[in-house]
Design a protein around this ligand. Structure first.
Ligand code: NAD
Length: 244
């Protein structure tokens, strides 16, 4: 039995994790932490922490996991580069799964995006469009960023230099070295992502639409059961699904 502690337990994803956990017979939720609760008081009783809280909370959670030698699954997105750097350093000491998206469908989209970019080649213009509910705080979504990073990798570009977040005014013609990344917000959309490959005369679009948070929750729970059996290091959902 793997004992898990959820941080961000009162949030949309935290609630989905608690609701889905009973269908994973090898898992038991032993702690539910949100703002005002003390993770250090309960962490000893768990085997793994699943973090779906806030970018500013993850580093502290990871430090406690290292201190108590617990595994960590990170679902939170929107971290600053400095936070990413510090958290990644801690993965040398504990096993950590860190994925911008835990759904099987999106991980298939990651795979397809790489393949399509390789096959279609440099003549196709690349744009990523995402839509999420009106309450989402960070933009672009972690998933859109991952998609753009895959595209940048295939094109031998740096994400930070290539990403073009929206356009306004006389911005000039599109340059071949840019990857458009556009965020749409509204209503209760759980998460839509489209990767557009556009050339003169034809266009390919790859789209994933999530209609329930349970798909992310079940993936993260599966990752928790997997990560406790791994050596220290940083893994993603493709490792969990055996897609590598
Ligand atoms: P939410 O705002 O509904 O919930 C976040 C919860 O975290 C809130 O209850 C908040 O009080 C709590 N929280 C904030 N700071 C905390 C702290 N220091 N300690 C403990 N709890 C704290 O947000 P959400 O929609 O549940 O999403 C949470 C995160 O997960 C976001 O970053 C979102 O982008 C990400 N997300 C990732 C995936 C994925 O598959 N990786 C899927 C959906 C959402």
């Amino acid at each position: 039995m793997t004992r898990i502690i959820i941080t961000g337990a009162k949030g949309r994803m935290g609630k989905a994790l608690s609701a889905c956990a009973p269908s994973h017979s090898q898992l038991q939720v032993v702690g539910q932490i949100d703002v005002g609760d003390d993770l250090s008081a309960v962490i000893a009783g768990g085997d793994a922490v699943i973090d779906f809280s806030s970018h500013s909370a993850t580093l502290g959670v990871a430090q406690l996991c290292v201190q108590h030698q617990k595994a960590l699954v990170i679902g939170t997105t929107g971290h600053y580069d400095t936070e990413v750097f510090e958290i990644k350093k801690l993965a040398e000491k504990i096993p950590m799964v860190w994925a911008s998206n835990y759904s099987t469908g999106v991980n298939t989209l990651f795979w397809l995006t790489r393949k399509a970019a390789e096959i279609l080649g440099p003549d196709f213009d690349l744009e990523v469009v995402e839509m999420h509910h009106r309450l989402k705080r960070d933009a672009p979504s972690g998933t859109a960023k991952s998609l753009a990073e895959i595209l940048a990798q295939v094109r031998h570009l740096q994400y930070n230099e290539a990403a073009r977040h929206g356009r306004e005014g006389i911005v000039g013609e599109r340059t071949p070295g840019e990857i458009g990344v556009h965020s749409v917000r509204g209503g209760d959309v759980v998460g839509d992502h489209t990767v557009i490959f556009a050339n003169v005369g034809e266009r390919v679009e790859l789209t994933h639409k999530a209609s329930s948070r349970d798909t992310f929750a079940n993936g993260a729970l599966r990752a928790a059961a997997w990560v406790v059996q791994q050596k220290p290091g940083i893994y993603d959902m493709q490792d969990v699904l055996g897609l590598k």
